[in-house]
Design a protein. Sequence first.
Length: 286
Amino acid sequence: MSNVKKAILSILVFLIFSCMSLSSCFQFRMSDRKQLKSLQKAGVEAEVGEKKGVNRNIHYTLAGKSSEKPLAVFIHGSPGSSSNYLQYAQDSILLEEFQVLLIDRPGFGHSGFGNSEPQMDIQAEELNAVLEQFQNNGSIYLIGHSLGGPIICRMAMEMPGAYEGLLIIAGSVSPELEPEEKWRKTLNKKGLRWVLPRSFRVSNQEILPAKQELHEMDSLWPRITSKVSILQGEMDKLVPPGNAHYAEQMLINADVEKIMLPEEDHFIPFTQPELLRSTLLDLYRR
């Protein structure tokens, strides 16, 4: 074995054992009790629970329970969970206009934690089935960050006309710009994947086929007829800015606004919450 291969193997073993020792720190989720306590402390009427999708239960947090208002649905990236967006469920300005629904995607949070669903169309099918069970005034807005971006697009493709608006934030939507990272296949080998924290294992298993999954969406973009806003940081090192241009080009039947942010990176929902809120409200009022 060459010295280079030995070094790579040593680094890989170190990372695996580091992940094993820190597994509990990398779950990216919060208990129902803590979520409710945080929302109650903010004076927000809320509920947490599960609804049956097509083949699995999907966990949710619903804030501002008023069926007369539209529904703003936050879909997280990879890895992640509904609790990543708890601040938006506590946002009094958003709650004046919306019910805010936070969803755990399949395999994350409390939606079958550790049990991945690599196919975007199946994820979309599960989430669409769940959203049909929530009462609202007939308007639903989907907000998707990172891998949540193509997921909300696939949801809209599968149910044309069902969603009033989409907010794509640093969405990894372009198949050509989706990287092929060979180390992901190594980490998914049977002997290695089970020592990874479950959130990382699920993330790796859904990112592995993402390039092909995005190619399969190529012909479906004309189905989206919603209002769409795109937020993209030009300093994003994880999802290249070209993804925003690709989405704008493919959304030929949608009312699209693209906002490029010269100084921002990938983590806009956490660094620019006021901007996200104002963009969502502008999308609602368009």
